[in-house]
Design a protein around this ligand. Sequence first.
Ligand SMILES: N[C@@H](CCC(=O)N[C@@H](CS)C(=O)NCC(=O)O)C(=O)O
Length: 206
Amino acid sequence: MLKIWGRTNSINVQKVMWCVAELGLPHERSDAGGAFGGLDTPEYKSKNPNSRIPTIDDNGTIVWESNTIVRYLAARYGAGKLWPVDAAQRSEADRWMDWQQTTIAPDMFPVFWGLVRTPPEKRDLAAIKAAGERLAASFALLDKHLSSREYVAGPELTMGDIPVGCAYWRYAKLDVPKPRLAACDAWHQRLQERPGFRQHVAMPLS
Ligand SMILES: N[C@@H](CCC(=O)N[C@@H](CS)C(=O)NCC(=O)O)C(=O)O
């Protein structure tokens, strides 16, 4: 049985849970991280030496790093569906996954933590504004890409939609100035029709 460690309000856990739902995999999830703690125990560190969530154990195959977990599950259980078999199409899914980690996540961090997990009197408004402006410019690039396709790697949902889809849910809910992102919003509506997205991603920010 696939085991997953991580609390449900972590974006990185949400990616994995949505992926698992898309693939219809039987699994057990254990709360870990945040108020649940448990990441510094020798037992958890033996699985994930970074003391971070998510981590999975798939019948003895232990994987950490959320996007790597999504790639692993998609390749193992969703080849030809979530995991494009064609290398060129797969590179398109891969690049938007890497883009979420390297371009979006560093700017999402100050905005999300600043507005959702920091009391108003302690917020660094200048840092939130600067990161918000960079996010607007970045998501405009995704909007241009999505203006000519239904999903990030073509006409069907792939693993490439999962990290950016989770990030866009948060971005859409954050109170920062945004450009008009009609293609992103239409894509996001399509994602919200998926039961796995609704169950694991579409929740209030906390
Ligand atoms: N790059 C890692 C980041 C993992 C990470 O930083 N996870 C956060 C939650 S989103 C964490 O473990 N925080 C400590 C905690 O929840 O106690 C990944 O994508 O899996």
